[in-house]
Ligand binder design. Sequence first.
Ligand code: ZN
Length: 84
Amino acid sequence: MLRICEVNRHWSLDGSRGGNGTHFINHSCSPNAFMQILHDHILFLALRDIKPGEEITIDYQQTLHSDDKRCICGARNCRGTINR
Ligand SMILES: [Zn+2]
């Protein structure tokens, strides 16, 4: 799976390469966090309290995958696709 986080117009982080922590963040249609780019750094900010051991999730919204890439996150409001 491609897990690319664009930091700026020159740099992107590839979560599939490991070592940068983004490979621990998965998609959910009902995420507990969101991603923000600030001064060429990727920040993951909580949308609610996250319990120890709970998976950190964000809504990828738009990926390099085709628009019909299925989502099986299990959220009640799952839209069925990863891309919005
Ligand atoms: Zn979903």
